[in-house]
Write a protein that binds this ligand. Structure first.
Ligand code: BGC
Length: 348
């Protein structure tokens, strides 16, 4: 484990970069700004390490313009319709920062604040415990929210992400990790194979707000219950693909309880790298990098073209605070939110 200075955030706070390395040489680097995973190097089938996440070489890139590369997203990941919700009879107004809606916690969400970080060694690996206290009223949300996010890199090449949160007033909370994966390390992700353990999605309107229904995936381009190349059906004539500009949807995970369950498998047959995603969350937002358009230059000057990375954001459903039939995202005083997601890397 190593810590080094990584520049200064716009609010004047120093930012640190922390490097975790496991017994196999797998390396995860994360910084205190946004609890952002800056790089993640995992082996291909020949044991060659490659960085499988998109991002920038320095803090400046993230501060200037980032579509949430590698960040922890909160207080509410995903969209809240019209930036409004009512809770216990009171209406709250959030910044509208994505068409008519509020996206990913507002103007200065958890991806743009400096977190406190402690490093730790556990029985099976090394880790970073990030902590952030979000003030009552921050970005329009009620209650002081105390959040801990722990990244553990194990010697089995797992990255475990554990979330904990408490509040002093009822508030919606939906935390997720927004890494953009590219298991090949370059090129687009259309050749990656994906399997998602979901029989329905929550279909959206043209502003990507769920209409409240559940759409069975069977017989549609959204059926990833068996592995499919992402590019295979992404251009199909389907209203949901038109609204998303590709895949940008919440897949409802098949689960019988709230324990850690297999959510998805992503496979790049060229490199042999395989990512298994496990989570306690009820959904996963599969976002195929549709808004990447060649305007951002990332690590080593790489231009991030259309669909050079994809996100598998384990989370609750979008707009849950306005959709009473969805699993609740409301955290109340006295309760502790606990959530876990594990990325299991292997090569075949
Ligand atoms: C959303 C996309 C959005 C992206 C970057 C994803 O979580 O689903 O619609 O463009 O984040 O902001």
């Amino acid at each position: 484990m190593a810590r080094e200075p990584f520049g200064t955030a716009p609010d004047g706070q120093g930012v640190e970069l922390i490097t975790l390395t496991n017994a196999n040489g797998v390396e995860l680097r994360a910084m205190t700004y946004g609890a952002i995973i800056v790089s993640l190097k995992v082996p291909d089938r020949n044991g060659v390490l490659g960085d499988v996440v998109l991002g920038y070489d320095s803090l400046a890139g993230y501060v200037k313009s980032s579509p949430y590369f590698g960040a922890i997203v909160g207080r509410y990941g995903n969209r809240i319709a019209k930036g409004k919700f009512t809770l216990d009879g009171q209406t709250y107004t959030l910044a509208v920062n994505n068409g008519p809606n509020s996206l990913h916690g507002g103007l200065r969400g958890f991806d743009k604040v400096v977190w406190h970080a402690d490093t730790m060694r556990t029985a099976d690996g090394v880790g970073i415990r990030f902590h952030y206290v979000s003030k009552d009223g921050e970005e329009g949300y009620p209650g002081t929210l105390s959040v801990t996010v722990t990244y553990t890199l194990t010697d089995a090449n797992d990255v475990q992400i554990a979330y904990e949160a408490t509040t002093d007033k009822a508030t919606p909370v939906n935390l997720t990790q927004h890494a953009y994966f590219n298991l090949a390390g370059s090129g687009d992700i259309l050749g990656h194979e994906l399997q998602i353990n979901a029989g329905v999605i929550t279909p959206v309107d043209s502003t990507l707000i769920p209409d409240g229904s559940l759409m069975p995936v069977q017989g549609t381009p959204f059926d990833f219950t068996t592995p499919h190349r992402i590019g295979e059906r992404i251009g199909a004539d389907h209203e949901q693909l038109r609204f998303g500009g590709g895949y940008d949807h919440n897949f409802v995970l098949i689960r019988s309880d709230t324990t850690l369950k297999h959510a998805a498998v992503l496979r790049d047959s060229a490199s042999g790298r395989v990512l298994g995603v496990f989570t306690t969350e009820p959904g996963v937002q599969f976002y195929s990098g549709n808004f990447l358009d060649g305007t951002l230059s990332g690590k080593n000057g790489t231009v991030y073209q259309h669909r050079t990375g994809l996100c598998l954001e384990t989370q609750h459903y979008p707009d849950s605070p306005n959709q009473p039939q969805f699993p609740s995202t409301i955290l109340r005083p006295g309760e502790t939110l606990r959530s876990q997601t594990v990325w299991k890397f292997r090569a075949e």
